[in-house]
Write a protein of this length. Sequence first.
Length: 371
Amino acid sequence: MAKSAKPRPEDTGPSPLHPRNSNELFGHSGAEEVLLQAYNSGRLPHAWMLTGPRGIGKATLAYRFARFLMNENPDAGGGELFGGSAAPTSLGVNAESPVSRRVSTGSHGDLVTLELSPDDKGKMRSNIPVEDVRKIVNFTHKTSIEGGWRVVIVDAVEEMNNSAANALLKVLEEPPEKTVLLLVSHLPGQILQTIHSRCCHLPLTVLDEKQVIVLLQEKASEISDSDALQLARLSEGSVGKALDLWQSGGLDFYREMIELLGTLPRLDIARLYAFADKLSVADPLAFKTGMELFLWWLARLIKLAGKGKVAEMVLPGEEKLIASLIERHGLAQWLGLWEKCSTNYARATRANLDKKQVVVTTFMELQSHLS
């Protein structure tokens, strides 16, 4: 299993796993049909918000629709504009076409994309600044290079700072001709209502377990069947999250964590410190991955304690472990523990606290909770 963190496209050039390089899309035929029908109607809305959990294919759909639009005959726009030509029945564009190749390399003149990027010092920004949104404004004031559709993709719109969001709103209020804005959002509740009101909303749902497994092994054929199954269950329908977990060593972290939790109610201290060492290495992704996996596992325990249902367990023996822990306390106590642990994790992230100590303290809190 690979242990290195997934490189960002901005750091290493176009990544094979970047959505712009995925010509196929699985599990979202209904969303594709909505876009195709809107195009064929001849009244294609100028702005769409593609919503749903991170990593399920929203950006892949955005790039797929962008290729489709820019590959269409500029003189054909759907409905009565088709003349004698049949309306298209698919958004698919051949991966070897000139349009597909230029989209993959980021060199198509009629496509502008905004996503998190490094600052002047090479450090990844925490938001999309207004300067980047001004690229859209300049882009929309120019004519199409190839005489057809122009497309803007923002991934993800909630990552814009306030000034950037207001600048985007001005573009949405005065939509340029033959230009479509595709706004990807993992957290639509964080977006200005005025932006919401100027977009057509297209929600995408999570993929099923079998679809995630197929996509995982298509994108990384070295993943074994058992690893793919466990990654699919950890990711809960998000192939993007599954790939991130695989590349960051998250599945190994999870396995080791469950083994450690299996020593409760008295934790194996030597094993705990060894686990904390692994999560506190120089790569900050290890700490983030491990702590978020713990909080995810604890949230599943809480859901079961509240008599809710969860998807299949990731590893053999987990159900027995969780059942034995639930017997010791009621729902309110488990909720209190989750809140305390998540608060400690957030504080550690903000204040750059000693990561090893944070991991040890978190698991000792769980042990104390059971005593």
